[in-house]
Write a new protein. Structure first.
Length: 430
């Protein structure tokens, strides 16, 4: 991933230094287990633990000749150990080290993402509480529907973020497995105790069964959970972008005093960060698809997945880390224009209360279609006569025959539409 979108903490997780540190740890832990099985003498284990080091430049230099990264890694650390180096990688295959190290690194990345999502959850909770009773117009198909509150919208996003945290936690659990079972998963050349020992020390579980590799449905679940979380961020961003449109103007992305919106139009204040997050979600979905393409490998393993994973898994975690962090900041600093919400609420002159009138007419003896047609007729007439909806209802003879002026006035109560907000908030746990 390009440096522009890579935050330092996630850059460290996916650094070559961290990768080789994890691989070296696995090699040493394997030697410890083999020593406990009396395969490696204690003196040799001491030398391995004392002297084993890797040099990234040396690994790259060796790989130019071997064209094999793990062999190059083993050769590099062997050079620093001496005679005891013969026990390094004893009974292991490359994927025992690479896949198990990759699992540890994916868990480290997931821990960061979960913390990021928890900060976003907090941001939505604060906004939901603050604007719990701030009435705005709800929209369906982009058209004014009925009153709701901005706090309720934030509560909706809060609950979805909670589900994303659950998915990320389950994805972490799914990839928190290691395997040290040899070339085809039979433990022919390595005792299962080694796998149990290494995985326990790394905070992983041993795979119950494996081939040469850990099965890639685990990685696919991981990336699909990331893609879903990213798509939720796109959904939130799309909503805030739409509410920032000039003709709506109910919210506004933070715009710093020195920021510029356009190279040609000095007046512009564009929701560029929300737009950036929307773009990033497209990459996450594409990477999730690629992760599923990695599942059907030949027999006990081929290497077609490797080149894909080296890109999609680091990139996806880096992108989501960036997007979650930015979204939390955007929500915290979001400008909410309550006056504009009220203005938009009144823009359609009361027709947003049409369903309340419809139901009142039904309660008073009309059939649903009779009531529907009468209310629709009043709504259309108000536009022709340029009057508000309440006045149109009071002028309608059919409605006057069923409902008096006070009953009509009673249908225009905003509190009717927000009376269950407290209950919803209690259900959500805000």
């Amino acid at each position: 991933m390009i440096e522009r979108y890579t935050l330092p903490r996630m850059a460290r997780v996916w650094s070559e230094e961290n990768k080789f540190e994890k691989m070296l740890e696995i090699e040493i832990l394997s030697c410890e287990a083999l020593c406990k099985l009396k395969i490696i003498p204690k003196a040799d284990l001491f030398q391995i633990k004392k002297k084993a080091r890797f040099n990234i430049e040396r690994i790259k230099e060796i790989e130019k000749k071997t064209n094999h990264d793990v062999i190059s890694f083993v050769m590099s650390i062997s050079e620093s150990v001496g005679d005891a180096a013969k026990y390094i990688h004893f009974g292991l295959t490359s994927s025992d080290v690479v896949d198990t190290a990759f699992s540890v690194i994916m868990c480290e990345a997931a821990d960061i993402l979960i913390k990021d999502a928890q900060l976003l959850l907090k941001a939505f909770r604060i906004k939901a509480r603050k604007y719990k009773n701030t009435v705005m117009i709800g929209r369906s198909h982009g058209i004014h529907a009925e009153p709701m509150t901005f706090g309720l919208k934030c509560a909706l996003f809060y609950e979805e973020t909670k589900r994303n945290i659950d998915r990320l936690e389950k994805a972490r659990e799914t990839v928190a497995y290691g395997k040290i079972s040899g070339s085809v998963g039979t433990y022919a050349n390595i005792d299962p105790f080694v796998e149990e020992y290494v995985c326990r020390r790394l905070g992983l579980k041993p795979a119950k069964v494996s081939s040469q590799i850990l099965q890639r449905d685990r990685h696919a679940q991981y990336l699909n959970s990331i893609a879903i979380a990213g798509t939720s961020l796109e959904k939130f961003s799309t909503e805030f972008r739409a509410l920032q449109r000039t003709e709506i103007g109910e919210v506004e992305e933070y715009f710093s005093p020195t920021q510029k919106g356009s190279s040609s139009m000095p007046h512009k204040k564009n929701p560029i960060m929300f737009e950036r997050i929307c773009g990033m979600a497209r990459i996450l979905r594409a990477n999730a698809l690629a992760s599923m393409e990695n599942m059907p490998l030949w027999h006990e393993r081929d290497i077609s997945h490797s080149s894909v994973e080296r890109v999609i898994i680091p990139d996806s975690t880096i992108i989501l880390d960036y997007a979650l962090t930015k979204m939390a900041d955007l929500v915290n600093r979001l400008t909410v224009n309550e006056d504009r919400m009220t203005e938009n609420l009144n823009r359609t002159k009361g027709i947003i209360f049409s369903q309340r009138v419809l139901l009142e007419l039904i309660k008073r003896g009309l059939t649903r279609m009779e009531a529907y047609d009468i209310v629709q007729d009043a709504a259309l007439n108000m536009q022709k006569e340029d009057i508000n909806f309440k006045e149109a209802l009071k002028r309608n003879k059919k409605i006057r025959g069923v409902m008096g002026p006070d009953a009509i006035d009673g249908c225009f109560d905003l509190g009717y539409h927000t009376k269950h907000v407290d209950r919803i908030f209690r259900k959500v746990g805000i």
